[in-house]
Design a binder for this molecule. Structure first.
Ligand code: DGL
Length: 270
């Protein structure tokens, strides 16, 4: 048993998709979230910069005494090498492996789509994670660089013309490839899952990488006897590296609760 908080981080507010799932699965756990809102997005940056930012995010969570870390950013999860994450002092779960495993289990026809940031696509990490699990898989991978700024700016309505136009443009080749499973390979994308589902059609299963990461983390905490003593009433606290305004507004919409009391802004990283 371990009553320390679980640490979750993302480049911005997308990782709240993991927090939502985690708080539902483990309502007694304290969750400490870090969103690097001052430096988001990561997905258009170089590998070296993403590595540096991701390691700083992890150092920040470790400095807060977390018992485990969920990397709710696909871009960082796709970039950090196992040689680094395996030697961390607490268990670490990355969303890429979690989502890849779920998609490999889910797909009936072996045609799997992945939508993600440019950096995640370039890393080849989804291909590397799916191949050993489903050697027969045919992957269609599409970068969707404009989704993140659209989401961070709150264009979340299912029928918002800007979001629909982008989704149509990005998803047309993925749909044409006949996938039956689509990985939302960026933790921001579940915020526009309705629009994505409308474009892909009802026969395509969407895999939410943030939610899959939360499921894997729960299993890991159970297996290592690291769950806390409480079964409800866990506290959520949010740290952001820039002003928390936008984060509070969209986060409240998404988590269905007022975040303003729990946000600690201006936690600057070196
Ligand atoms: N949350 C990031 C991810 O899951 C996307 C946002 C960004 O580019 O920083 O890849």
């Amino acid at each position: 048993m371990d009553n320390r908080p679980i640490g979750v981080f993302d480049s911005g507010l997308g990782g709240l998709t993991s927090v939502r799932k985690l708080a539902k699965l483990l309502p007694g756990e304290d969750i400490l979230y870090f969103g690097d809102t001052a430096r988001t997005p990561y997905g258009s940056r170089s590998r070296d910069t993403i590595l540096r930012y991701g390691m700083q995010d992890i150092e920040f969570l470790l400095s807060k005494g977390v018992k485990a870390i969920l990397c709710a950013c696909n871009t960082v999860s796709a970039t950090l090498p196992a040689s680094y994450t395996n030697q961390l002092p607490v268990p670490f779960v990355g969303v890429v492996e979690a989502a890849a495993a779920a998609a490999a289990r889910t797909s009936a026809n072996g045609r799997i789509g992945v939508i993600a940031t440019a950096a995640t696509v370039k890393s080849g990490s989804y291909q590397a994670a799916i191949r050993p699990l489903r050697p027969d898989a045919q992957l269609t991978i599409q970068a969707c660089p404009l989704f993140v700024p659209v989401i961070e700016n709150g264009y979340l309505d299912r029928r918002d013309p800007i979001t629909v136009l982008l989704a149509r443009e990005y998803l047309a080749p993925v749909r044409a490839s006949g996938v039956d499973t689509l990985i939302l390979g960026c933790t921001h994308y579940p915020l526009i899952a309705g629009t994505i589902a409308d474009e892909m059609g009802p026969e395509v299963t969407l895999v939410d990488s943030g939610a899959q990461g939360a499921l894997v983390l729960r299993r890991l905490l159970e297996a290592r006897d690291l769950l806390c003593a409480r079964s409800k009433g866990g506290n959520l606290s949010f740290y952001v590296s820039d002003s928390g305004e936008n984060f509070a507004e969209i986060g409240a919409l998404f988590l269905g609760r007022d975040l303003s009391g729990g946000i600690h802004p201006y936690t600057l990283l070196e």
